[in-house]
Design a protein around this ligand. Structure first.
Ligand code: CA
Length: 229
């Protein structure tokens, strides 16, 4: 299990952008690059961005204006402003426009990573994406996708899938599902059939349309979400 953090890096300096991207990926941040406002819009609309690193001086517009427009559309993803404009008034303008934090160039890479970690923890409830193989689960939006295809899940199916995804690679027993998903501690009659029927339906939606199944039955134990190796 990992909570994937997708960074959108908006930076027109190609060399700096490429350097930061490789450094961030080494630290476990999946990083998309945009070299201007228009590319940044396209990337945002494609979805699954957890945090934006935004340079202000961009070839096709001002980062502050872009940020204001994005906030105006109701986008709440954390934004870390990255720029050479280190004057105090610029800093205030950036934060007023909807930035969450500010880092002046030149900066230490370790500081950038530390700030990102703080912001993404803070944003856990707003932009958290859980990813297992080609399955992604948007925890707040309560939407799951496989290979870009939105899965039409009931609330209960979504909860079971999310629970399995949190424990990906580890078998989850029916008792655990009963406790954690159905919130039932004990029951006179077994819930196994209810759970098994739900798992059949879940597999119809999550696995059947795709070449590689993710949900495995572990005999005598329960179920396990496991991406193909
Ligand atoms: Ca720039």
């Amino acid at each position: 299990m990992y909570s994937q953090c997708n960074v959108l890096l908006v930076e027109d300096d190609h060399v700096l952008a490429a350097t930061l991207k490789s450094g961030l990926e080494e630290k476990g941040f999946v990083t998309m690059l945009a070299h201007g406002c228009r590319q940044a819009d396209v990337a945002l609309q494609a979805g699954q961005v957890s945090i934006v690193i935004l340079d202000l001086g961009l070839p096709d517009g001002d980062g502050i204006d872009w940020l204001q427009a994005v906030r105006g559309r109701g986008v709440t993803i954390p934004v870390l402003i990255l720029t050479a404009r280190d004057a105090v008034d610029q800093r205030v303008t950036g934060l007023e426009a909807g930035g969450d934090d500010y880092l002046a160039k030149p900066f230490a890479f370790s500081e950038l990573v530390a700030r990102l970690r703080v912001l993404t923890r803070r944003g856990q409830t707003s932009g958290s994406i859980l990813a297992v193989g080609d399955l992604t689960i948007d925890l707040l939006g309560r939407r799951a996708q496989r290979d870009g295809v939105v899965l039409d899940l009931s609330p209960l199916e979504f909860d079971v899938l999310t629970h399995l995804a949190h424990k990906a690679g580890t078998p989850v027993s029916r008792d655990t599902l009963m406790r954690e998903v159905w919130k039932i501690e004990q029951r006179a009659t077994s819930m196994d059939n209810v759970i098994d029927v739900l798992l059949v339906r879940l597999r119809e939606k999550v696995d059947k349309p795709f070449p590689h199944p993710l949900i495995r039955t572990i005999r005598g134990v329960g179920f396990q979400l496991q991406p193909e190796r």
